[in-house]
Design a binder for this molecule. Structure first.
Ligand SMILES: [Zn+2]
Length: 483
């Protein structure tokens, strides 16, 4: 590598030196996103938006395959609607943005810019649902929401962000609970298989649950700096919203009943999770299934053979585009070395190098981003080899992340041990907890670690004494410092 080329990579702070700066450097240098002139809001640039579109496509397919339909509801929520469910409004009040004027005219009633859409959607469900035959209603919405944040970070916490929110209504509690867990499963399947991020499915504590829910479930991931991130949530809303919005139906037994509801969401913060799970000192590593570009072709150009190599590049690009997301970098002003660095930084899973000697030998060189392993492949075998390599990279990324999580999950048997782990290594800490919010709060005060979830697999770990108060019959909970 020439000095200039090394310089280029050096502009990313090393991950071990300063993780937060590394995160910002990677996002800005790879052009995923940029700061905007509006405080707390970011601009998602084309490379970042292509990633979001692939994420959206993968999840949307699953949402539809499980019987849901997409719809769109207004951005504005009348204040009186938002105020109906007491817990809900209390939970969101500090971060709601309000519209007070239409043009120059002061509005009679303030309009909230949706922080989430339960209120507006419930007001419609009250109109649409009459009989048990109208149930279930299974609707999803892809949209933007606004939550006024004081401290913001690219993708992880911004005042406006993108997400999907599902809102369903059911005839019985059992059906709603089944739906809640089904969606949690779908999120886990998507995040693990498409994004290669392993997660722990579990239930949130009373304090950490969604404002207005009966129960909140989440999938929790561990980032490579040892902090946890909530990757998606699924709520059983019970009948809280049905009662305040008067969503009733006439059941088969001629009794009028309130519906049972769920809501569930995954947001663009998942991009932050993807960056922090897989990225390294050289930049991003994109899981092949959602990578905006899966194969980057880099021609090795010399004056004498330039025309021939460019022609081959075009030919290969056209041929491979049928199967994969491919781009050929034929820019004249950069050396191949520069381009290797740039696309490596952008996390493209496979680099294909083609030069005059390769053409003569009817071959190409493939380099994978995750292991940097290099293979020489016969031209006719390229599509099959690339296909296998992409599967291999996808699997390897998940496996690496699983190993990291395993190596950074600890069982703490007393508070001293707990504090030592959280101070020195972070990671997930498994510990028995009595279920009391007093212990939960004390642990949080002492360690800044919160209960991420009570894993659905908790019974495997049996019962034990609460790590804080020592009370018997505690269940295992996952603790961590979190984003
Ligand atoms: Zn306790």
């Amino acid at each position: 590598m020439t000095d200039k080329e090394t310089e280029f990579v050096k502009e990313i702070t090393s991950k071990s030196e300063d993780f937060s700066q590394w995160y910002v450097d990677v996002i800005r240098k790879t052009e995923l996103a940029d700061y905007s002139t509006i405080k707390g809001c970011m601009v998602i640039r084309p490379y970042g938006f292509a990633l979001w579109e692939n994420i959206k496509a993968g999840l949307d397919k699953r949402i539809k395959a499980s019987g849901h339909e997409n719809a769109y509801f207004p951005l504005f929520i009348p204040e009186s609607f938002l105020n109906k469910e007491a817990e809900h409004v209390k939970g969101f009040a500090p971060e709601v943005a309000w519209v007070t004027h239409g043009g120059n005219q002061k509005l009679e009633e303030r309009l909230a810019i949706r922080p989430t859409s339960e209120a507006i959607i419930c007001s419609m469900y009250a109109k649409w649902i009459r009989s048990w035959r109208d149930l279930p209603i299974l609707i999803n919405q892809w949209s933007n929401v606004v939550r006024w944040e004081k401290v913001t970070r690219f993708f992880l916490r911004t005042t406006e962000f993108l997400w999907q929110e599902g809102h369903t209504a059911h005839r019985t509690y059992e059906e709603a609970q089944e739906e809640t867990l089904k969606m949690l499963d779908i999120y886990q399947d998507f995040v693990e298989n498409d994004l290669a991020i392993p997660v722990i499915p579990g239930v949130k504590t009373e304090q950490e649950k969604f404002a207005g829910a009966d129960k909140t479930y989440s999938i929790e991931a561990l980032m490579s700096d040892g902090k946890a991130l909530q990757a998606a949530t699924s709520h059983n809303l019970g009948q809280h919203f049905a009662k305040v919005f008067d969503i009733k139906f006439l059941d088969e037994d001629q009794q009028e009943k309130f519906v049972w509801q769920t809501s569930w969401g995954l947001s663009s913060r998942i991009i932050g999770a993807l960056i922090m799970t897989h990225g390294d000192d050289s930049g991003l590593i994109m899981p092949p299934r959602v990578a905006p570009i899966q194969v980057i072709i880099i021609p090795i150009l010399y004056e004498k053979t330039k025309a021939e190599v460019l022609q081959k590049t075009e030919e290969l690009s056209a041929q491979l585009k049928i199967h994969f997301r491919v781009k050929a970098d034929t820019r004249d002003e950069y050396t191949p070395g520069w381009k290797y660095n740039e696309w490596e930084m952008k996390g493209v899973p496979i680099r294909l190098e083609i030069g005059p000697r390769d053409i003569k030998n009817k071959q190409a060189v493939l380099v994978r981003r995750d292991t940097r392993e290099k293979v020489i492949v016969k031209e006719e075998e390229l599509p099959a080899t690339i296909e296998n390599l992409l599967v291999d990279i996808q699997n390897n990324l998940l496996q690496r992340a699983e190993e990291f999580r395993e190596n950074n999950t600890y069982l703490a048997s007393d508070m001293e041990e707990f504090e030592k782990i959280i101070g020195e290594k972070r990671g997930f800490i498994k510990a028995y907890w009595c279920g009391g919010s007093e212990c939960e709060n004390k642990i949080k005060e002492r360690t800044s670690a919160t209960i991420r979830c009570i894993p659905l697999s908790a019974e495997e770990d049996g019962k034990g004494n609460c790590i804080y108060c020592g009370k018997e019959d505690g269940t295992i909970a996952y603790f961590a410092r979190a984003y």
